[in-house]
Design a protein around this ligand. Sequence first.
Ligand code: PEP
Ligand code: MN
Length: 263
Amino acid sequence: LVSRKRQPKDTVVMVGDVPVGGERNVMVAGPCSVESEEQVRQVAQTMSKLGIRLIRGGAYKPRTSPYDFQGLGEEGLKILRRVADEFGLKVVSEIVHPADIEMATQYVDVIQIGARNMQNFELLKAAGSVRKPVLLKRGLAATLEEFMFAAEYIVSRGNTQVILCERGIRTYEKWTRNTLDISAVPILKQESHLPVLVDISHSTGRRDILLPIAKAALAAGADGIMVETHPEPSVALSDAGQQINLEQLEALLTQLRQTHDLV
Ligand code: PEP
Ligand code: MN
């Protein structure tokens, strides 16, 4: 169902009034984790000023260590919803438990399924059973075929609104957190009709190469990019080393807009 052979025409996923796929490119921006209402409001205010519509923020965090900040849970989703409504933004947030999918649809506009859960088949089935767009991230060691089959789990349950997101894969290279598989972009666009985004933050794990990486993603045909941004990255409760501050977000967007129509 997700194959281009079955549907030659691009799928445009409507997130409220924001199209993902199609003519314009989108930027999904926001903090790694929802930490407080004030933190989310600062980000949202800047985004609305810049004309970026899709805010991200993790409320359920799949952390490597059980001793690290695990997220605010449902309270985090409530914060996102309140602040997003205040600024006319749409919410993208990760859900990690199948039983939370139904509840999450009250708060989020896009259900994110993270890299670590790309092959959590019960979660995929649950996401397929609701009528909400799903942003599915590529697994840390998933082939593109496995990635497309994961999307197929969702679509085959009747939820056709799936956005694919390349976020880098595990390799031996240590100078980036993951290795962005740039060839995944044109291949996924060729093999599938679903929109494709590139997460430039988790794929690199560093903020000093975001502009060339974002340009590469868009040049390769991505429908948009995801970037982590925080009012004060150095004190972030997760991914402090890769998030950009709000001035850097504005600078990145301004530079990308010289060549791309990005909302
Ligand atoms: C995230 O986007 O918040 C995240 C945890 O990313 P990933 O699942 O790609 O590691
Ligand atoms: Mn993160």
